[in-house]
Design a protein around this ligand. Structure first.
Ligand SMILES: Nc1ncnc2c1ncn2[C@@H]1O[C@H](COP(=O)(O)OP(=O)(O)OP(=O)(O)O)[C@@H](O)[C@H]1O
Ligand SMILES: [Mg+2]
Length: 433
């Protein structure tokens, strides 16, 4: 092919391709301007050829282009820039739907060195490729990704809520089955406790009577014949009668104490398993609190000052003896949580159809990993013999039966607040129970 023919073919292609092609010399005089450039810039080739690029298009990024051209000149190699780095070189309109979210034609540009016979770069030819479709597609993908991400977050939230609901169901199922077990155990223990208690009463009486008889014998000891006296004295020494007398009374008293403790535990178990008293009556919670404070005064007075912040409370339809037990558990727990001396604050009030009783202490607080176990039956952090771990689980089920709930807020080292929420009018099943 002749040189002329090749040039003509080159111009022909440059004018027909759907790519912008233009060239500038090293002073940015325009030397080539194809039809694509003319159409989109609305400047015909005849208007711009031989003129300075930046005078024709002052909006172009001049510094950046100068750097590019110098780069191509120095390295004698082409340079490329993608729309993701610089959305466009010329601000051309595009004919895609507005909904695409792209305001102007996106362009990929290539800067090609045009060399003379001795290989020096004399001009730079720039191609401007319309990549608006790719950009729109990419933005749609990004929007879909963001929507998916939002959906995923929504799902994670739902899963968390499901887990919480599941935990609650498991907790109340656990309480229900332990309740049944406790009811059985309480029932079985009740009988033996009854007769052991009554036998122990008789035993104490008999022991007393025997002692009286023994005293009578001791009174006439001197009147016995000498050899009988010697035999009796030997037997008395053998069993250490003086010690036995003292210890017998102690043993019986201790056993009765122990039995009382067992009775209290059985009582807790009964309450826990919904046995015993269930008649509801209108009650003044402030009165309940005050009488409970009297009962536990001994446990509290050496540990804490009690501050009462009583609000206005209507009478509540409830089983007062059971709520007393709840308050007692909370107050005793509060006192036991305090090292040295602290403060227990009791706040009451009404919010709409609910009343609350909050017991706050300045005690040790509860570690976060223990917080979800404190309502479990038999969960205790107290030394063996001090706590049974039933206080809070009993309280929980009592309050639940009244249609209320117990909330807890605790900071380790600062203290704990238990808040009992109760409905002013209990729901029907609780009232009927
Ligand atoms: N006010 C409080 N401050 C710190 N820890 C507390 C408080 N109340 C309860 N706890 C923790 O919760 C545990 C369970 O309390 P709960 O009343 O059920 O049982 P307990 O007090 O250990 O025994 P008891 O059956 O004698 O009441 C306690 O052992 C303690 O670790
Ligand atoms: Mg307790």
């Amino acid at each position: 092919m002749s040189a002329m023919a090749a040039d003509a073919l080159g111009s022909f292609i440059a004018d027909r391709v759907e790519v912008g092609v233009f060239a500038v010399d090293l002073d940015f005089q325009i030397t080539l301007w194809n039809r694509f450039m003319a159409t989109h810039s609305r400047h015909a080739a005849a208007d711009v050829l031989g003129k300075n690029l930046f005078e024709c298009f002052p909006e172009l990024p001049r510094n950046w282009m100068e750097r590019k051209v110098r780069h191509v000149q120095a390295l004698r190699n082409y340079a490329f820039t993608s729309w993701t780095q610089r959305p466009y070189l010329f601000r051309f309109d595009h004919n895609r739907p507005i909904t695409g979210g792209v305001d102007a034609m996106r362009q990929n540009c290539t800067f090609l060195p045009v060399k003379n016979a001795v290989g020096e770069v004399e001009q730079v030819c720039v191609t401007v490729q319309d990549v608006t479709d790719t950009a729109i597609a990419q933005e749609q993908v990004e929007r879909s990704l963001a929507a998916l991400e939002r959906e995923k977050a929504e799902q994670r939230k739902l899963i968390r809520q499901l887990e919480q609901a599941n935990n609650q169901v498991m907790q109340s199922e656990k309480l229900a089955s332990i309740g049944q077990l406790a009811a059985g155990v309480a029932h079985e223990i009740n009988n033996p406790i009854g007769f052991v208690n009554s036998n122990l009463g008789s035993l104490a009486g008999y022991a007393n009577e025997l002692m009286t008889v023994l005293d009578a014998y001791t009174g006439i000891h001197d009147q016995l014949p000498a050899e009988v006296q010697a035999t009796v004295a030997q037997q008395i020494d053998g069993i250490d009668l003086a010690y036995l007398r003292d210890d017998l009374a102690d043993l019986i008293a201790e056993s009765r104490d122990g039995l009382d403790r067992v009775k209290r535990i059985v009582q807790d178990l009964k309450d826990f398993s919904r046995m015993g008293e269930t008649q509801t009556q209108p009650a003044d919670l402030h009165h309940c609190l005050d009488s409970t404070l009297n009962v536990v005064a001994n446990e509290i007075k050496y540990k804490a000052d009690v501050v009462k912040c009583y609000g206005e409370l209507p009478d509540i339809q409830c089983v007062a003896s059971q709520l007393n037990q709840v308050f007692m558990n909370l107050l005793v727990n509060a006192a036991q949580a305090i090292d040295g001396r602290g403060t227990i604050t009791i706040t009451t009030g009404r919010e709409g159809e609910q009343v609350f009783v909050a017991v706050r202490d300045t005690g040790s607080g509860i570690a976060p990993d223990k917080l979800n176990r404190i309502f479990d039956p038999f969960f205790t952090t107290k030394p063996v013999g001090t706590g049974t771990g039933l206080g809070l689980s009993v309280s929980y089920s009592i309050v639940e039966r009244h249609g209320g709930r117990i909330a807890v807020d605790s900071t380790v080292g600062e203290g704990t607040e238990f808040t009992v929420w109760l409905p002013v009018r209990p729901p029907e099943p609780a009232a009927a129970a």
